[in-house]
Design a protein. Structure first.
Length: 377
């Protein structure tokens, strides 16, 4: 599973110049006219992350993801028709993955129209292309899950196409209205922060929040740098690095980074630390599909077959044609002694992956013992 891992090497930023707004570079746009027009409000930026995105909300004011900026005080905004301008990062005490940028040189004829994401709507990601760096409108999608109730930092979960570089970009409806800010995702399960959060962000932003903003930005930097410093070939995490990941990623209050930290721990055989991170993530957003997937894998590695059963039941309802989920459903159903999960997983395998079903039935007939748990150092 991949979140927009290019946390420091694959985020895109988007901005706008004086009236009238510039056209969408050279990237073709096959979306409705209103969506194509909205692309003029999205810009490529560079800060802590050298490639990210930002959205022009109103004259001189943009929004992007905090993880693209970290503790940087200035951001470079690339204009659609060559050239660039600097933007000042606005200090904020807001706890989510958003931050404001001030760039007086960038203007617009009006405020960006906004809307709530309805369950039947069609949504388009607009962001900087990782190869061409041009602003693109991507293939539309729909909501997979709505916002989790009672969870202020919960995100929208869609299958609207996104790729590295789109973080900080816009998620718009078919009328070209801003519904959310793109933040993370992977494998067709993408996430965005609802536009209503921008009002909270503005209320908690200003010079009086400088100290808190600097501390939060530094935690982002230390967390991301520690995650990127973990060699893929290393079997075990050095204790010092593990401590930094646990402490600094925890301080960010960012579910995406908690997921990445948990995945890092899981790959290192530290299933209990991974489960702790994923538990935090799911407490912040119970509808986070990628967090659910990561949690069931960590539980599986730790022998927690009974604990993963209810999560797998939910995942099978959300993404019934996911081969990995169905395999885990068969194994957890057998080892966790949950016949309902086992039968449902087999039935869906017959429908979506008929070539895999005989292997699953052979596994059940052999009734193998669960594997020994992996030990951490």
């Amino acid at each position: 599973m991949i979140l927009f891992r290019c946390l420091h090497a694959g985020m895109l930023a988007l901005l706008v110049l004086t009236m009238p707004l510039p056209a969408l570079g050279k990237a073709p746009c096959l979306a409705p006219d209103a969506v194509c027009a909205a692309a003029s409000r999205v810009f490529r930026i560079a800060a802590f992350d050298p490639l990210a995105s930002a959205v022009l909300l109103e004259p001189g004011l943009l929004v992007t993801n905090r993880h693209a900026v970290a503790d940087a005080k200035e951001v470079t905004i690339f204009l659609a028709r060559d050239g660039q301008v600097s933007a000042q990062v606005v200090a904020t005490a807001y706890g989510g993955d958003l931050i404001l940028l001030r760039a007086p040189a960038i203007n617009a004829p009006a405020y960006f129209a906004t809307a709530n994401a309805g369950p039947e709507g069609q949504f388009f990601t607009i962001g900087a292309d990782i190869r061409s760096h041009a602003i693109r409108v991507y293939t539309p999608g729909r909501l997979l899950l709505s916002l989790a109730e009672g969870k202020p930092l919960a995100r929208l979960h869609t299958d609207a196409y996104s790729q590295p570089g789109n973080s900080g970009g816009a998620l718009v409806d078919s009328a070209g209205r801003l519904v959310a800010i793109v933040t993370s995702g992977g494998e067709g399960r993408n996430e965005a922060i609802p536009v209503a959060e921008i009002k909270k962000l503005k209320a908690l932003s200003g010079p009086e929040h400088e100290a808190q903003s600097r501390a939060l930005g530094l935690a982002y930097r230390k967390c991301i740098e520690a995650l990127e410093a973990v060699p893929a070939s290393r079997k075990w995490l050095p204790l010092e690095t593990a401590a930094i990941v646990k402490d600094q990623c925890g301080r960010t209050n960012n579910r995406q980074l908690w997921d990445l930290a948990g995945q890092t721990f899981a790959r290192q055989g530290k299933a209990e630390d991974a489960i702790e991170m994923f538990s935090r993530a799911l407490d912040q957003d119970p509808n986070a599909i990628n967090s659910m997937l990561s949690m069931v894998v960590a539980l599986h590695l730790n022998g927690g077959y009974t604990e993963e059963v209810p999560i797998l039941h939910r995942l099978i309802n959300i993404i019934p044609a996911d081969a990995g989920v169905l395999r885990l459903g068969v194994q957890a159903g057998a080892w966790g002694k949950n016949e309902a999960l086992l039968k449902k997983s087999l039935r869906l395998m017959d429908t979506h992956f008929p070539k895999l079903a005989p292997m699953a039935r052979s596994f059940i007939e052999k009734n193998p013992a669960p594997p020994a748990r992996r030990r951490k150092p």
